[in-house]
Write a protein that binds this ligand. Sequence first.
Ligand SMILES: Cc1cc2nc3c(=O)[nH]c(=O)nc-3n(C[C@H](O)[C@H](O)[C@H](O)COP(=O)(O)O)c2cc1C
Length: 371
Amino acid sequence: MLYRALLKPWLFRLDPERTHELALRWLERAQGSARLSGLIERLAGPARSDRRLEQELFGLHFKNPIGLAAGFDKNGRLIQILPRLGFGFLEVGTVTFHPQAGNPRPRLFRLPRQAALINRLGFNNEGAQRVAARLARLGRPPVPLGINLGKSRDVPLDEAPDDYLRSFRLLYQLGDYFVINVSSPNTPGLRRLQSAERLSRLLEALGAENQRLAGSAAAPKPLLLKIAPDLEPAELDQLLEVALAQGLAGIIATNTTIAREGLSAGESWPYGEGGLSGRPLAARSTAIIREIYRKTEGQLPIIGVGGIMSAADAWEKLRAGASLLQLYTGLIYRGPGLVSRIIRELSVKMQQAGYRQIKQISARVGQEEKQ
Ligand SMILES: Cc1cc2nc3c(=O)[nH]c(=O)nc-3n(C[C@H](O)[C@H](O)[C@H](O)COP(=O)(O)O)c2cc1C
C-alpha cells in the first residue's frame, strides 16, 4: 500500500538503474541496523509460517517456495536483510570470475503499462573474489543461498569451463546451491553454451570439481542450470537429456526473453536489445515449466521464474510443475510487501485445495491430465 501509493510514483520518476542502486543502498544501510531491519520487516508485512509450504529439496530445507531471482543482488550485498521480506531462499549473482562493468548505460528500462522490464546489463558485477569475501564477512543467511555463476565476457566460449570453475572454487564454501547460467541474452555467445556438446563439457567439468571439493566427508553441492525461454523444442529435449545424464539437481526456468510478443511496437522499439522480464514473460515461462515437467515425468526439480506478480501467478507455475519459484520484476512493480502477500495467499490456497505438500499440486495436475 505504502509502496504503491507513495514510494513507487516517486521512484518511477528516477532512472531505473539509479533507482535500483538507491534501493540497494537503503537496504544495505537497514541491514546494518537492528531497528531499521525490524522496520523493513514490519513494512513488508507479516510472513506466515506454514508447514504446508515447507519442503526438503536437493538436501536443503525451504520454509516457503518463494525465492529471490538472480540479478537483484548481483554482488551479495543484502543476504542478511532480504530474508526479512519473507523470501524462503535467495540467489545472488550472476557472478563472473573477472570483475566487469557491463554494457554502456542506459541498459535498464521500465515498461510500466506491461509491468515489464528490459535489461541489457551484461553481467556487471564485482567478480568472484570480492563477492566471496563479502559473503564470508556477512555470514550465512537464515535461508538457503544460491550462487549464480556466469562466463566472463572476455573469455572465449571454448575456455568457458575453466572460467566457471575458477568462480566455483572461490565461492564453493559460501553457497548452498549453485546455478550455471547459460541463458543471459546480454553476454555475446553465452546462450550457445546451451547446445548439447558444449553443455556436456561444461557440466562434466563442474560435476567433477564438485565431487573433488566436497571430498569424502560432505555431499556435493546441488548444481542447477538456468535456461532461456527461447529454446526450440528439440533444443530443450537435448538440454534435458544432458541435464539428466549429468545428474543435475534441477532446472531454473526461465531467464529473460529476447522475444517481444505481447508488447505493442511502440513499447518495444525504443529500447533496443535486451532481455524482457515481468508480465509478458509469464505465460511463456510457465509453458516451458510444463514441458520440462512432462518430458522428465517430474524427475527433475524445477524452479519456476518469470512474471510472478501475485499468488495466482505463483499457483499457475506450481500447477505447471515447479517445486520452487523466484521473482524479481514483481518486486519493482508490486513492492517489497509482495513476497509475504504471496506466501499468505498461497497458504490459504493450499488449505482450500486440501494439499499438505507442494509436490501434491503438480502430482494432482499430472493425474488429471492422464485421465
Ligand atoms: C534487471 C535484471 C537483471 C537480471 N540479471 C540476471 C542475472 O544477472 N543473472 C540471471 O541469471 N538472471 C538475471 N535476471 C533474470 C531474472 O533472474 C529472472 O530470470 C527474469 O527476470 C524473470 O523473472 P521476473 O519476471 O520475475 O523478473 C535479471 C533480470 C532483471 C530484470
